[in-house]
Design a binder for this molecule. Structure first.
Ligand code: LHQ
Length: 269
């Protein structure tokens, strides 16, 4: 299946991996409504496309995304308002990414600021170039957290750390983001492509049904009671146990063959 190209979003599909590259390098991929529309459209199409097993989100040039395009937002001639931007674009986009049925990777090649940082945090896995930074300067602009940033920060860090970062955080290095648990792994300069390929290969090989259901379990677990989660786990385990993927893994185990989904090891940090 082909993906509509927009000059502000490059869509490349290869061996089960759809890579979405935000493409306004001259503005550090600051998000315009055209780009936000293109992102939502591409993700909507990818969700029901069987040939897509993993989505990678990244930026062209030296930035991941500098967040909302401040020129567009403050263009008094235009019809943009904070409310329209948040309701019409960011809310559906962040929901779409956080609830996406397949694994997603934020390949953080450069600075991720404001809503650009929130967009990266909404992805399942975050791989970051050592020179990239999160720029969480919402309060520095006299603004509050938005685009899900308060949700992602408090769940990743707890209230005390989240408050500190949101009030005074400013710029956060990749090293600090790793130490705080905001990203999975850091790549040395020039090695982010290779690292991303390693992750996508493992995800493409893996059990797609189990991945989808595990994602839902963990999302639900963020807000549900233990009783509700035990019920959900039971329903999902019945479904997973009946899958061909489980049958293949069991057959391999019984016959002392290698696991069909490849190595199951935690990558070194
Ligand atoms: C930009 C931007 C940008 C336009 C760099 N817009 N052009 C969402 C929705 C609705 C309501 C309100 O809130 C939100 C949340 C948000 O996302 S608000 C926006 C949050 N983002 C920011 O506040 C980041 C603003 N940018 C910066 O502080 C710096 O550019 C950073 C620290 C990201 C990078 O600094 P440098 O590496 O020194 O690059 P630079 O500042 O020279 O930027 C390069 C170019 O990109 C420059 O254009 P120019 O024509 O002068 O070369 C910037 O104007 C442009 N750019 N961010 N958000």
């Amino acid at each position: 299946m082909g993906y509509l190209e927009s000059s502000t979003l490059i869509c490349r599909q290869e061996r089960g991996v759809l890579t979405l590259t935000m493409n306004r390098a001259e503005a550090l991929n600051a998000l315009t409504s055209e780009m936000l529309d293109a992102l939502i459209a591409a993700l909507t199409a990818a969700e029901s496309d069987d040939e897509v097993r993993v989505v990678v989100l990244t930026g062209s040039g030296r930035g991941f995304s500098a967040g909302q395009d401040l020129g567009e937002l403050n263009n008094k001639e235009g019809q943009f308002s904070v409310e329209t931007q948040l309701r019409q674009y960011y809310r559906p986009l962040i929901q779409r990414v956080a609830n996406f049925a397949k694994p997603t990777i934020a390949k953080i090649n450069g600075v991720a600021a404001g809503a650009g940082a929130a967009l990266a945090m909404a992805c399942d896995f975050k791989l970051m170039d050592r020179r990239a930074r999160f720029h969480l300067a919402f309060s520095q602009m006299g603004l509050v957290l938005d685009s899900g940033a308060s949700y992602f920060l408090v769940h990743a860090l707890g209230r005390t750390r989240a408050l500190e970062l949101a009030f005074f955080g400013g710029s956060l290095s990749a090293q600090d983001a790793l130490a705080l648990g905001l990203v999975n792994q850091i790549a040395e300069p020039g090695e982010l492509d290779g690292l991303t390929d390693e992750w996508t290969e493992r995800l493409v090989l893996g059990p797609q049904l189990a991945f989808r259901l595990i994602k839902q379990e963990l999302r639900q677990a963020e807000g549900a009671s233990l009783g509700e989660i035990l019920e959900l786990e039971t329903a999902f385990q019945i479904e997973a146990q009946a899958s061909l993927d489980h049958q293949r893994a069991i057959d391999a185990f019984m016959n002392k063959q290698p696991n069909p989904f490849g190595r199951h090891v935690t990558p070194p940090k």
